[in-house]
Design a protein. Structure first.
Length: 282
């Protein structure tokens, strides 16, 4: 992957959570190409290390760490290792997040007849599943920020970039916990931007539209590779008529992290969605 343009991140230490996944590992690659020393964190330590190895093989500086974004002690342990390996954090990308089947209804619209069928309705969503999804996205943003933003206090040019979603603007059917959690991430981004403004720490967020990832691939494509009905509805509501590619996020990431380009921008949540938010359906 090549970045669309270069910004100078030499001497910067970037921490990326959820970095074993498709989207955040690509962001980590871009930061390394711009000169940052990148710490890749993921619950799956092997996935984080594989992503880091790819970066180092291309000539970048990176290291993978196992860390649970929902456990502060785990994050603190990773933090101490990163301080020893690279130094204090300048850039934090809060990429840990996702949905879970236990917090997803089977159907888009409720019908009273579903109560007598083998269908998972809103009434069947378990508290544990909903809590897991909400915590993964919101608490999984809050705790890493508490741990790593402390490094940024009193230092210039530091950034936090959160990952929200199009769900934050208008909830998608079937996934109420994920939609609510991402709305909380957008709100928290604005809160943090105000809270840290006097310290010069800028806080923004990306709101990706529909990208094919390991988590949602089975919802979008059948085992034979044909698109599902949900894919048809998504593309019909996306004026550009395609899913996002991971590279579509990189320009926005680099823009937000550039002091020269975005030094007066904080508290912004940027849609990257192929026109989905703008389209009324008519």
């Amino acid at each position: 992957m090549s970045v669309p343009f270069h910004i100078d991140l030499n001497g910067k230490v970037a921490v990326v959570t959820g970095a074993g996944g498709v989207l955040c590992s690509t962001m980590a690659e871009a930061l390394a190409q711009c000169g940052a020393k990148v710490a890749l964190l993921d619950l799956n330590g092997d996935a984080a290390k594989q992503s880091a190895d790819k970066i180092t093989a291309a000539g970048g500086i990176a290291k993978g760490y196992q860390a649970n974004a929902l456990e502060k002690d785990s994050l603190e342990t990773a933090h101490m290792k990163i301080l020893d390996d690279f130094g204090p954090c300048d850039i934090l990308i809060n990429g840990a997040g996702g949905n879970h089947p236990l917090a997803t209804t089977d159907k888009e619209y409720f019908s009273a007849a579903d109560l007598n069928e083998d269908v998972k309705t809103f009434f069947d969503l378990g508290q544990s599943g909903v809590e897991f999804v909400f915590n993964l996205n919101f608490i999984g943003t809050l705790l890493p920020t508490q741990v790593f933003a402390r490094d940024m206090v009193g230092r210039k040019g530091c950034n936090i970039l959160n990952i929200s979603s199009m769900n934050a603007y208008a909830p998608l059917t079937k996934i109420p916990a994920y939609s609510g959690a991402k709305a909380a991430v957008s709100n928290f981004t604005q809160w943090l931007a105000v809270h840290f403004a006097s310290e010069g720490i800028r806080v923004n967020a990306l709101a990706p539209g529909f990208f094919v990832t390991n988590q949602n691939e089975k919802l979008l494509y059948r085992e034979d590779g044909t698109p599902t009905e949900r894919t048809g509805k998504i593309l019909a509501a996306t004026p550009m008529k395609r899913f996002g590619k991971t590279e579509d996020l990189i320009g926005s990431v680099l823009f937000f992290l550039s002091e020269e380009a975005a030094g007066f921008i904080t508290g912004v949540v940027l849609p990257i969605d192929g026109g989905f938010l703008a389209y009324s359906g008519v």
